[in-house]
Ligand binder design. Structure first.
Ligand code: NAD
Length: 332
């Protein structure tokens, strides 16, 4: 089993690679090789692996480079590379180049390989493909009307995935990821970053600015669940998907206020006091475009996708996976 992770230097890509290195298997088959490809040199994994891990610097906006990534015919390709929402809004050309042209370059590289080559291609789409006005509950049949360039690029990539799958060039699965929270490491340029920042920084004793109202809503899953989604997508029977290759992943719906309440239950008042409310009209305007209602994710659940059921659990996953089971902020 040969695996390619494009965007393998990013947050989700690194989590996935560590998991695969630890287990050494996918779908009960031994992994022979993993390639981590990213626009910058992906960091070497600290988790020891029983197979070869190649670290490749590759810009998928270049069709020849995208093609070189496919030349060893990986059995499973995780396409996670993207310019995230805030940056795709700020830099129109870069967003289309990476998020749309990059996807097309990968699909074309696969198609042109020919000779019956038909890998599983797991693509990370986003909850950002949705736009209001919303019904009370969004299900997988709700029409896509994204309100950001990022959401439009993801929606177009989903259509490409449907068509290349329908034509038999790839076996695609598209995952509309909820906001992955708590995002470890440094903040990135995703507009949704604040939902993680207000949890992550206080837990280690650092003040965090909340630039939005407490009523701002989102749908969340932990990085651990995101890896679970990807592994399930890589191994599930795709026959039930038909020509609709993408679906919303399960998540926990909540407001910023719900997040703060969960943080108080898990970590206490001292930690919550580190959140400083400084409303920023630009952030509030962007979030008003989202304001998601709840989601029905029955289709994904029937296919075996699972995540946490409360925000408390999501925070606890972060404490266990990133902070060694402790809350350093309580000691500062
Ligand atoms: N993290 C979330 O909350 C979330 C939510 C919804 C969807 N997603 C999607 O999931 C995927 C992974 O998210 P993440 O949080 O790990 O993002 P990330 O920003 O940490 O990782 C994305 C990686 O893509 C790489 N990349 C950008 N341009 C590239 C190019 N031209 N060629 C090759 N690599 C390039 C970046 O260098 C980065 O390492 C993305 O597709 C993202 O849109 C993430």
């Amino acid at each position: 089993m040969k695996i390619l992770i494009i965007g393998g230097g990013g947050m989700v890509g690194q989590k996935l690679a560590h998991n695969l290195a630890r287990t050494g298997k996918l779908n009960n088959q031994a992994i022979k090789e993993i390639t981590l490809a990213d626009a910058f040199a992906p960091p070497a994994l600290s988790t020891p692996a029983s197979f070869e891990i190649s670290l490749v610097t590759a810009d998928i906006t270049n069709a020849d480079i995208a093609s070189s990534l496919i030349s060893n015919k990986p059995d499973v390709i995780f396409h996670l590379a993207a310019v995230v929402s805030g940056e795709a809004e700020a830099n129109f050309e870069k967003g289309y180049s990476v998020n749309l042209d990059g996807m097309r370059n990968i699909l074309e590289a696969i198609r042109l390989t020919g000779n019956g080559y038909k890998p599983r291609l797991v693509f990370t789409s986003s909850v950002a493909v949705y736009g209001g006005p919303y019904p009370d509950v969004i299900d997988d049949d709700f029409q896509l009307q994204p309100r950001t360039s990022y959401g439009i690029q993801k929606a177009m990539s989903e259509l490409l995935l449907n068509d290349y799958s329908r034509r038999g060039f790839v076996d695609g699965v598209g995952l509309r990821l909820p906001t992955i929270c708590v995002r470890p490491g440094k903040p990135n340029k995703a507009a949704s970053g604040l939902f993680s920042n207000i949890l992550r920084e206080p837990l280690v004793g650092i003040e965090a600015v909340l630039p939005a109202s407490k009523s701002a809503t989102n749908i969340f899953a932990s990085p651990r669940s995101a890896v679970g989604f990807l592994l399930n997508a890589a191994t599930l029977d795709t026959a039930p998907l038909g020509d609709r290759r993408s679906m919303m992943m399960p998540g926990v719906w909540g407001t910023v206020g719900d997040e703060i309440d969960a943080l108080r239950r898990v970590a206490g008042d001292k930690i919550v006091a580190l959140i400083k409310h400084e409303p920023d009209p630009a952030v509030e305007k962007m979030l008003s475009n989202w304001n998601f209602p709840n989601f029905s994710t029955d289709r994904a659940k029937a296919l075996g996708f699972r995540c946490e059921s409360t925000l408390d659990e999501i925070i606890q996953v972060h404490i266990d996976d990133e902070l060694g089971g402790k809350i350093p902020g309580l000691n500062t």
